[in-house]
Ligand binder design. Structure first.
Ligand code: ADP
Ligand code: MG
Ligand code: ZN
Length: 602
């Protein structure tokens, strides 16, 4: 991007012009209010809708930042059917998803509105004719970019002053900062250049200040009216759970059967295989579930979505391919079977719950393995630039830190991600943190880390090296036979971390890995298995400073955090860790041939 444009955009985002005082006094109010009732059969405007449609009627560029389900579509659909203002002619809507476009067009046609859609799937021979009579024309960005016929048609309309507005829906797809980045969106800058007199409206549900600046500058919005509102979803309840050793899918099924009988929900998995496996387990336990991922035939995807929309199946088990533009109001739970790739993605996916404003639950399961798998996957992408790998890796680590944080309200952290300040006092319904703040602990583990580093260093460059589990055995003084046989009980640091409860020890090691103080390297043996060994990472441990690990005591049953503390309210020393003889604990990991779904559907 030309830096001048970017500069301009930043200044504009900080001082967008306020909209005209009270939209109810505007000359357009009567018509807008009437069409809202008569055409859309809605009683009243939702927050910012009237303001946005009024600015549109005035012919201004408009930027709408509204949470998922907030009612963005109305912001451009309503002006498109009005006669007054600078709105006559065709409204051209750029939208990323074909299925979503079709749904919207159907809904509009049922309201008697002339809406059509074109995709790059096939050339519509009488497009020219259809477009001449249409009110709203939905297009994919790919179609707009790649079809000269479409561009000719637009130019022709432009010359005859028949273009009312360009609408860029899901405008965050233009920004490489987000996970929904779509190449074809980056060409949309031509709209302002080729059709300078046509107002533009950009809409999105996910944009922090960086993304907003990106959108404004790439689209060339000028003197635009900007509308945004809190991203807080006050009817959603957030729970984050660490995957315990036992099968957490069993726990998910139990929860559904106990709490969400007959209710609609979504379960997100990162990989396609997982997604199919989880759906099958749900079916076997008698739940009406089906899977959805990008590897399916279009017809199967459509059928699954339809069945879910029509309540024939209740639970959809999906990868991130599913969801953008899904408009089912009564989703009562969104469960993440695995940790999502980004916090924005997490917000969007959980945002599909409770669109009817009724209470809904968002439950996420995560583990260190989840983030490690994600990072491995990100690094494997041969087409990605170093910069994009670094960004994606950082984004995944951000989600992990969000999960591990035992202190700060989930809502505060989610909203902070969108540069919004939120007071934890207002976390209602609550989140898992606010519900049991007493479980949060902070411990300085500087001394333990120095011992850990000494041990890892002593194994450095050795084959076989030391695995994370073996390190834990040494540091916590395991009595397992293997430990004695290898003489590890003679290592000076043997048992030196005895006083750290297991969850703290784990959190410490994982923090060291994320901070690049420790690192892992994999060795593959002849039968295709690989084992991950520990080594020192690129970052030198700041031995003079304290190293605080925040953690939750999950030692209670079900990980619900019942405390095991002595009278000084310190974690109790656990002298002899229970011998861990679980079979296969040290077995080499199977190579993960279960690729993670990387993109939303298109
Ligand atoms: P978004 O694009 O912001 O995610 P949509 O435009 O798809 O949201 O709208 C979400 C739902 O809210 C739709 O079912 C829509 O009919 C409904 N809706 C929009 N505006 C209103 C309103 N003013 N009153 C009642 N329902 C509305
Ligand atoms: Mg929308
Ligand atoms: Zn909270």
């Amino acid at each position: 991007m030309e830096s001048e444009d970017a500069m301009l955009a930043v200044t504009q985002t900080t001082t967008p012009k306020p909209s005209s005082s009270d939209p109810r006094n505007s000359p357009h109010f009567r018509e807008l209010d009437e069409k809202l009732r008569k055409v859309f059969k809605l009683q009243r405007f939702r927050p910012n809708q009237l303001e946005a449609v009024t600015a549109a009627m005035e012919g201004r560029d408009v930027f709408v930042l509204m949470p998922t389900g907030g009612g963005k579509s109305l912001c451009y659909q309503l002006p498109s059917v009005c006669e007054g203002g600078r709105t006559r002619g065709l409204t051209v809507v750029i939208s990323p998803l074909i299925s979503l476009m079709k749904d919207q067009v159907n809904a509009l046609v049922q309201k008697g509105i002339k809406a059509i859609c074109s995709t790059s799937e096939g050339q519509n021979t009488n497009e020219w004719q259809l477009v001449q009579n249409a009110t709203l024309w939905y297009l994919t960005p790919e179609k707009l970019h790649s079809s000269p016929a479409t561009r000719n048609l637009l130019t022709n309309l432009y010359k005859r002053d028949k273009l009312a507005r360009f609408v860029i829906d899901e405008a965050h797809c233009i920004s490489t900062w987000g996970q929904d980045f779509r190449e074809a969106y980056t060409y949309l800058g031509f709209i302002r250049k080729d059709y300078p007199n046509v107002p533009i409206m950009a809409l999105t549900a996910t944009a922090n200040s960086k993304t907003v600046a990106d959108i404004v500058s790439q689209l060339g919005l000028c003197d635009y009216a900007s509308f945004s509102q809190s991203f807080n979803r006050p009817n959603l309840k957030y729970f984050i759970r660490k995957k315990e050793k036992k099968n957490h899918l069993a726990e998910i099924i139990e929860t559904i059967k106990a709490k969400y009988v007959g209710q609609t929900g979504i379960i997100y998995c990162t990989s396609r295989n997982n997604c199919e496996r989880v759906a099958q387990k749900l079916q076997e336990s008698g739940l009406a579930a089906a899977f959805y991922h990008a590897g399916m035939q279009a017809a199967d995807k459509d059928k699954t979505t339809q069945d879910w929309q029509n309540n024939i199946i209740k639970i959809i088990v999906a990868t991130i391919a599913f969801g953008m533009g899904i408009d089912k109001p009564d989703v009562r739970f969104v469960i993440h079977h695995d940790m999502p790739k980004t916090l924005s993605g997490y917000y969007q996916e959980t945002g599909r719950a409770g669109r009817d404003q009724q209470p809904a639950d968002c439950i996420m399961y995560y583990s260190y393995k989840d983030v490690a798998d994600l990072i491995n996957m990100i690094k494997k992408d041969e087409n990605a630039t170093a910069d994009s790998i670094a960004r994606q890796t950082e984004a995944a680590k951000e989600v992990y830190r969000f999960c591990e944080n035992p202190v700060t309200c989930r809502r505060v952290l989610i909203l902070r991600h969108f540069d919004e300040k939120f007071d934890a006092e207002n976390c209602s319904p609550s989140c898992d943190i606010c519900e049991s703040p007493q479980d949060a602990q902070s411990t300085d583990v500087r001394k333990a880390v120095m011992n850990v580093i000494k041990v890892v260093e002593s194994f450095d460059n050795q084959i076989p090296g030391i695995t994370e589990n073996q390190l834990q055995d040494i540091m916590r003084g395991s009595k397992r036979a293997e430990v004695r046989q290898r003489g590890w009980d003679n290592i000076p640091q043997y048992g030196s971390c005895n006083d750290l409860p297991p969850p703290l020890f784990e959190s410490m090691i994982h923090k060291l890995l994320l901070d690049d103080v420790l690192a892992k390297f994999a060795v593959r043996n002849a039968s295709g298995y690989h084992t991950e060994y520990l080594k020192l990472g690129d970052v030198k441990f700041p031995a003079q400073q304290e190293y605080i690990v925040q953690w939750r005591d999950r030692s209670g049953a079900n990980g619900s955090g019942s405390k095991r503390r002595n009278q000084n309210n310190q974690p109790e020393t656990i002298s002899a860790p229970a011998p861990r003889s679980r079979k296969g604990k040290h077995k080499a990991l199977e190579i993960d041939e279960d690729p993670i779904e990387m993109y939303a559907d298109d």
